[in-house]
Design a protein around this ligand. Structure first.
Ligand code: G3P
Length: 229
């Protein structure tokens, strides 16, 4: 999506494999893609191929599906199978030595890879050099261990910009609206969030108060004059 300056606007991805949540959020017209992981797929109880296919029918955008093999050969095999499910599938590989090896191999075949479980700028550099389509720094999980997770997003933004890496920065493990705002301020290309966080972005008490006041002022004049007429 282009912004008013002709650049790219921040994309919102939903971090869920739940079809009801995806349908509800898609109807709002603000969902650009989906991220899943083995925990989220397992929660829904269907085989990954089937669940990803169903997700692709709901959301027209990048849909990340993660490999579960631990060795590079296994990841490449799984990655090829996942990529065959739908043209929008982005294969997710973990930031391990084998994951980077698989990322490099899959990227050379033209398969787009989201490198996940990134916790340092050095790891992000490895992913970009391996040709990753997306890097996923985990903000909330760094906060959990006493670091400032968003600093990682800021650092990666500077490093990638220095060298014009094309890898997109996807701020992951976002837990609150403030995380989403800070990810956008840091210049992340994508913010992925649970449905609950997307839903919270709407809320402001002054919006609710303003609507109440506008409608009650309206009703006082038009409803009462109708009633009088
Ligand atoms: O995008 C990664 C996400 O699924 C992890 O989130 O809250 O489990 O750290 P969280």
């Amino acid at each position: 999506m282009l912004n008013w300056l002709g650049g790219f606007a921040v994309k919102f991805f939903l971090d869920t494999a739940n079809l009801d949540e995806l349908k509800k959020a898609t109807a709002w017209g603000v969902v650009d893609g989906v991220t899943t992981n083995p925990t989220l797929i397992a929660r829904e109880g269907r085989p990954i191929e089937e669940q990803i296919r169903l997700i692709c029918e709901i959301v027209d955008g990048d849909i990340s599906a993660e490999v579960v093999a631990r060795d590079a050969a296994g990841m490449v095999k799984e990655g090829r199978e996942l990529a065959r499910i739908h043209k929008n599938v982005v294969v997710k590989c973990p930031l391990t030595r084998d994951g980077i090896r698989a990322t490099s191999a899959l990227s050379k075949e033209g398969i787009r890879v989201n490198v996940t479980l990134c916790f340092s700028p050095a790891q992000a550099l490895l992913a970009a050099k391996a040709g990753a389509y997306i890097i996923s720094p985990f903000v909330g999980r760094l906060d959990d261990v006493g670091a400032i997770g968003m600093d990682l997003v800021r650092d990666i933004t500077v490093i990638y910009r220095n060298y014009d890496f094309k890898t997109q920065i996807l701020a992951a493990s976002l837990r609150s609206p403030i995380h989403v705002i800070e990810a956008a301020l840091a210049g992340a290309h994508i913010a992925t969030m649970p449905f609950k966080v997307l839903d919270m972005l709407f809320n402001h008490p002054l919006t609710d108060k303003g609507i109440e006041q506008f409608l009650s002022d309206w009703e006082k004049v038009f409803h009462e004059s109708h009633a009088a007429g």
